[in-house]
Structures are given as C-alpha cells and as structure tokens.
Ligand binder design. Structure first.
Ligand SMILES: Nc1nc2c(c(=O)[nH]1)N[C@H]1C(S)=C(S)[C@@H](COP(=O)(O)O)O[C@H]1N2
Ligand SMILES: [Mo]
Length: 393
C-alpha cells in the first residue's frame, strides 16, 4: 500500500508509557493501573489500553496514504487524508472496551484461552474525524441504507497489520450497512484522539470507531473498505469474539452456530481498590467506571460493603457541574460514567459493585454462569476484598 507499511517484526514499535502493565510484549498488549484509569473522565492516550494482534504499521508518506472503497458499489473510489479532512468533522466521546476485559478473573474459575486482562482494557476518548455515513454517500450509498442496489449489506474494514491468526494477513471486521449509514450510530473514520492526531498504537493515520460495540470492530490502520453481501469472513469475526455457553469446550465447539459479538453488555468495575487491599477502618471512598453498549446509559450503580447483604447507590457523573442523567441529551451516550460512594468500613469485608443500564439490564452475579472458553465479556459483579488493619499503614 502506498504510504503505509506493515513490519513483520517488532523492531520498530512506538514508545509507550512506563507505568502500563504489560500483558503480552509481542504483539504489544497493555493496560493502565486501576487508579490511573479513573483519574479522569477522558482517558489520556498514554494510559489508554493497547490491544494489538501484530507489529504496529508505519506511515512512510502521509500524502500518499489513501483508503479505497470498493465492492458492491457503482464506482470504487480512493480517499486521501485531505479528502477525509474536507468532510464535516465530528467529535464523539466514546468508550472502547475490549471483549477480553476482566479475562484474568474469568480464568480463575476455569482456564480460558487468550491474553489476560485485569479491569482496564477499557478507555474513554474524544474521537475526531469524519462520519462513515458521509464517506459512503460519496460512493453513492445514501443515508439509512440496509442493502445497496448491488446487494451490499455489510461494510468490511481491512487493515494492513500482519496477524498470526490471519496467517500473516491483515486484521479485518465488518458492521451492518444499516449501522454504517445511520448518522445517529456515530460510526467514525477517526484521525484524532483527544484533540491530537492518533498515535501509532491507536491506529495512525486513520481508524474506525464503532461506538457501543466491542473494541474488536474498531479497526485500526485502515487500508480498505469493502461493501459486501455477507459479513466479513475474517478470523476475528468468525473464529473469535463470539459468546458461547459454559458447556462449549475446545472439543465440541462449532463456531458457525454463533453470531459475531457486537454491542457489549452492561459493565461496572471498582478501580479505587485492588483485588485485595488493606485499609484503615473508617470512611473509604469506592469509585470506578460503569458502561453499557448500544448507546444505553447507566441508570444506577449499586455498591455493597457487606458481601451483598445490603446495597447503597453510588453517585454517577460524566462532566463536572452537569448532573448525569442516563439517555439525556446532555449526557455522552457512548461514554462511560464514573461512580463514587463513601462507606464506613470497620471490619475486613468484600465490596461489590453492579450496574443497571437504561434498558434495566443487570450484570450477572456469578462469573461461573457466563464462563466461556475464550473468556470474553466478563461482566459479573465486581468484587474486591478489603482487610481492615488498625496498625499504621
Ligand atoms: N488493525 C487492527 N485493528 C484492531 C486490532 C488489531 O489488532 N489490529 N485490535 C482490535 C481490538 S481487539 C481492540 S479491543 C481495539 C483496541 O484498540 P486500542 O488499541 O486503540 O485500545 O482495536 C481493535 N482494532
Ligand atoms: Mo479486543
């Protein structure tokens, strides 16, 4: 591809913040510390989790870089960065969450296959770029189209990175055309993250952002967009990122029985405490994040400091000075909500958090009930243990 190349080894990786917890070195997979994650509503790109499946691509000549749109459209077309930048620019605050977030905890009940993640494979950023709907209009696909006149029903995003799972081929994924052409779905071709050009780890020069959907569909280092009849047949759509029941194992799995996971379910996590923390008896601040997929807001976050016998409601906020109301026009619908509650804790105990989204969906109590062999979507009640100690800390 002119302008953008994909190395086959890891000798040209970008610099990364030293405080990240590295879960795998090659490909580079890392997440911030819990306390760094909730230090701000918008996650600085340095502290934003990095989830890669191959070496990070390199831009050799930004002026020659272009994205080709082809497939079941009347005319294929190339888009250079200057063409993308000419389109109306949107800023969308959206939370990206890897489907593997909290996998390590799921693995503790029964081993699962995949990179281990604590609770920080999630981040909230302000993405700047063109709306995919505006780009597709330029190849003759009108807004709110579910099928093109040539039978196109899906939009496939193809990258350039060399992934082992694709036998050295690029990462790819697709979304339905109806979502891609819905202006309210806010699907972006983003070139900015938090007001700055994307950095290499996060998809420079151009990536897709599919708000409300598991991170796997937000393809980085975009090289081509194909309008296709069936959903993308790539590994990460067909042989990964699907939700199976606990009875399915590696001997009886039939990948074709399940659809690729898209929206993520309601989730919440305590980030002010580690799995096991020692505290001084007295007032303890409990804070963390809550998020739901599909643009659903967070209706409530319940916290228990007695192992689930009694519950109190945490306060929620997105922006300082603006009261958060789920699904209100002033709230960021694709973004997480931070929560906080202060409790009197005098003895060692288990603290639990669980959220309710605007459709009244709740988190499952036990991880065992949602265990799946790939360890995705661990949204079980988040539990941490605190040990009360009167000695000087
Ligand atoms: N080209 C490409 N796009 C990709 C990936 C990848 O490995 N290659 N990983 C996906 C996954 S699984 C996730 S969770 C997000 C992570 O985005 P981030 O690294 O910017 O946080 O990117 C997605 N897009
Ligand atoms: Mo992911």
């Amino acid at each position: 591809m002119p302008g953008l190349t994909a190395p086959s080894d890891y000798s040209k990786e970008p610099p990364r913040h030293p405080s990240l917890q590295i879960n795998a070195k090659e490909p580079f997979n890392a997440e911030p510390k819990r306390s760094d994650l909730i230090a701000s509503y918008v996650t600085p790109s340095d502290f934003f989790y990095k989830r890669n499946h191959g070496p990070i691509p390199i831009v050799e000549d930004i002026d020659r870089y272009c994205v080709v749109i082809s497939g079941l459209v009347e005319n294929s077309k190339e888009f250079f960065m200057k063409d993308i930048r000419k389109l109306p620019k949107y800023h969308v605050t959206a939370t990206l969450q890897c489907a593997g977030n909290r996998r390590t905890a799921m693995s503790k009940t029964r081993t699962v296959k995949g990179v281990g993640w604590d609770v920080s494979a999630i981040g909230n950023a302000v993405w700047g770029g063109a709306k995919l709907v505006d780009v597709l209009e330029l190849v003759g696909i009108p807004k709110l189209t579910s099928v093109t006149q040539f039978g196109g029903r899906h939009v496939e995003f193809v990258s350039i990175d060399k992934c082992k799972e694709e036998s050295g081929g690029p990462y790819k994924a697709s979304i339905p055309l109806s979502q891609a052409t819905n202006p309210e779905a806010d699907v972006l071709l983003a070139y900015e993250m938090n007001g700055e050009p994307l950095n290499r780890d996060h998809g420079y020069p151009l990536r897709v952002i599919v708000p409300g959907v598991i991170g796997a569909r937000s393809v980085k280092w975009l090289e081509a967009i194909n309008i296709i009849a069936e959903e993308c047949q790539g590994f990460f759509m067909q042989k990964d990122y699907k939700m199976f029941p606990p009875s399915v194992n590696w001997d009886n799995i039939d990948w074709s029985t399940r659809r690729p996971q898209m929206d993520f379910p309601v989730q919440c996590v305590i980030c002010s405490l580690e799995d096991v923390s020692t505290i001084k008896p007295g007032k303890v601040k409990i804070s963390g994040y809550a998020a739901s997929g599909g643009g659903r807001g967070i209706e409530r976050v319940d916290v228990s400091v007695d192992g689930g016998k009694t519950w109190m409601e945490a306060s929620r906020h997105q922006k300082r000075g603006i009261h958060y109301v789920a699904d209100d026009a002033n709230s960021d619908k694709w973004a997480w909500v931070l929560f906080e509650v202060t409790a009197d804790i005098l003895h060692s105990t288990e603290i639990i958090a669980k959220a309710v989204d605007s459709a009244a969906n709740i988190q499952p109590e036990k991880v065992e009930d949602i265990w799946n062999l790939r360890g995705i979507l661990n949204t079980s009640w988040h539990r941490v243990q605190v040990q009360a100690s009167h000695s000087n800390l």
